[in-house]
Design a protein around this ligand. Sequence first.
Ligand code: BGC
Length: 256
Amino acid sequence: MNRHHASGPILGIDIGGSGVKGAPVDLGTGELAQERLRIDTPQPATPRAVGEVVAQIAEHFVDDIGQAPIGITIPAVCQNGVARSAANIDPSWVDTDVDALFTERLGRPVHVVNDADAAGVAEAGYGAAQGVGGLVVLTTLGTGIGSALLLDGKLVPNSELGHLELDGRNAETHAAQSAMEREDLSYPQWAKRLQRYYSYVEGLLWPELFIVGGGISKKADKFLPLLDLRTPIVPAKLRNFAGIVGAACLAAELGG
Ligand code: BGC
């Protein structure tokens, strides 16, 4: 793979269930080069409708990004640009060639990647996983639970640890941030579920480090101290920007 020797920023776009967020990223520092633009996710959030919003964001930053490729995250398993699951998005994404659809709509190369995987790449490059050897497990806690496995800083794509079955239930339904909101749990109540979840994952994978991302990682002091694990567990350093930054990093690897 050729590294794209872009001198300018690369646009990263993070597609979520409620908002589509994008910003040009300075890959020298891993920081956003411009203020992030957020547009509500259209409903129904079909690939085509979301593609229009992605195009709007690309248009907004066109003067900053030249003809460089664009990195885009989706909240689904993504194999070679094709979405393979749809736990929290419109079912019509399954088996859609998102890469082909967005390349055509945007008229330029794109790199499409799972959202948690993008966050993992960003944390490995600029954040909490930087320089950490061995296995690092990043989880994003949001509507669902996303996961990224990093082995010596290299991504092992499409792990889906949010869908482990735990006590007869899908882990993300029981322990994502959305479960706390839906069931009106206090932080200590929610932390009990997280304790159960992370102990289970550490017993299976014995990682060197857990990183917790997603919007709620801003409030990590309210729940991480309540967990008792063998594995160190820290909040993501790039917080909610990690998806955007990681997508931009991966897009930069496209031949440009
Ligand atoms: C999906 C994952 C995604 C995660 C976070 C899960 O429901 O299966 O692919 O990374 O939600 O959006």
